[in-house]
Write a protein that binds this ligand. Structure first.
Ligand SMILES: *[C@@H]1O[C@H](CO)[C@@H](O)[C@H](O)[C@H]1NC(C)=O
Ligand SMILES: *[C@@H]1O[C@H](CO)[C@@H](O)[C@H](O)[C@H]1NC(C)=O
Ligand SMILES: *[C@@H]1O[C@H](CO)[C@@H](O)[C@H](O)[C@H]1NC(C)=O
Length: 346
């Protein structure tokens, strides 16, 4: 963060790179998704001469790739394409996993239709594969993460070993350059599972959060902002019934909340911390609202990718943090440049 300047975060959700590489539309939609990201980053940083990395950041909020549709051994190729808009601008980024990022490959059903010849059938259980033919079963979370953090610009990390195979659990400190000692905010990232792992934030992760927060923010003085992919069941509680009305703010409410399987305590913990300002999730492409829940906000990002279901216009949620006094504001920047759903979250 640069002195006096706001710290701006672009959230890219549900890009779903790598779909149907054997068709024309698959690769084309990835090109379109790159275009969305480039447009958003260009419009949010117009004519900016200050080095980007000092006050800009990108978050890849899961379902970066659609691994169940990627028939090669190493899906990092697509992951790298998806993170290239941040990397090419020298903007640091971080990522969390969604339910599609390490899903096992599924044979496209159309390959079995006449006159298609059924290829080798790989077993459904992901653990017991052996042999060349099934070697494209998918690239695991650790492998994807290992490849990402080889990049200079990536701020992601593996998270504590004792939480594996839940991987993207870590915290990033936002600080101002003239006072590294006093954090402006903590950004928490949690792996909400899915793919090779149940769709849940486990009690182990809750305990990790509790201990981490106790260690680095014992008096809850520093604001905390939280990111994961699959909404918790609390999102169902606050979801607008039809139209989006105050106090909720957003532009599309086109489907039901697809929540995690169970709630093991993360919401209780977060709602009790006065320092937690907002949670951001992706997963539901047809939802982009923010609604208050107790003392914090539950927000969706905005479907950024041309991959994945749904045809709602693409965009990205932007967050802006200012330091003195602290504030967290947000809006959605669309592919066509227009801005909507401005909201003050703290
Ligand atoms: C996967 O591909 C990436 C490049 O996209 C490469 O850096 C990495 O070494 C590859 N990993 C394996 C296990 O082949
Ligand atoms: C990585 O970043 C460091 C520090 O900014 C720089 O000196 C180095 O050249 C970079 N390496 C690559 C491979 O870009
Ligand atoms: C949250 O606060 C409530 C009410 O003070 C308390 O009953 C509950 O145990 C707290 N939960 C956690 C996880 O600290």
């Amino acid at each position: 963060m640069r002195t006096g300047a706001p710290f701006k975060i672009a959230v890219f959700a549900d890009l779903h790179f790598g779909e149907n590489a054997w068709t024309e539309w698959g690769p084309r939609q990835d090109v379109n998704s790159i275009f969305v990201m480039n447009t958003v980053l260009r419009q949010e940083t117009p004519g900016d001469l200050i080095p980007f990395q000092r006050h800009h950041f990108v978050i890849y909020l899961g379902d970066v790739i659609t691994a169940n549709n990627i028939m090669i051994a190493n899906a990092s190729l697509y992951w790298d394409q998806a993170t290239s808009p941040a990397k090419d601008r020298g903007i640091p980024w971080a990522s969390v996993f969604g339910n599609h990022d390490d899903a096992a490959f599924e044979w496209p059903i159309e390959w079995f239709s006449t006159p298609g010849i059924p290829p080798i059938h790989c077993p459904q259980t992901a653990t017991s594969y052996s042999g060349e033919e099934c070697s494209f079963k998918g690239t695991g979370r650790l492998e994807l993460m290992k490849n990402e953090i080889k990049n200079n610009g990536s701020s992601s990390s593996y998270g504590p070993r004792n939480l594996w195979p839940s991987v993207s659990n870590y915290v990033i400190q936002v600080s101002s350059p003239d006072d590294q000692q006093s954090p402006v905010a903590f950004l928490y990232f949690l792996d909400s599972g899915g793919g090779s792992y149940p769709e849940v934030i486990s009690s182990g992760q809750v305990e990790w959060f509790r201990q981490k927060a106790e260690e680095i923010n014992p008096d809850s003085r520093v604001p905390e902002i939280v990111f994961w992919h699959i909404p918790s069941t609390a999102y169902k509680v606050v979801a607008p019934k039809s139209g989006i009305q105050k106090p909720c703010i957003g532009s599309i409410n086109k489907e039901d909340v697809a929540a995690q399987e169970v709630e093991t305590g993360i919401m209780d913990l977060l709602a009790n911390r006065t320092s937690v300002k907002a949670i951001f999730v992706g997963h539901n492409h047809g939802l982009d609202w923010c609604c208050p829940f107790k003392k914090l906000w539950l927000c969706y990002a905005r479907h950024t990718g041309y991959g994945g279901y749904g045809d709602w216009p693409r965009g990205a949620r932007i967050l802006e943090i200012t330091q003195k006094p602290f504030s967290l504001q947000s809006w959605i920047r669309m592919e066509d440049g227009h801005v909507h759903s401005e909201v003050v979250l703290s």
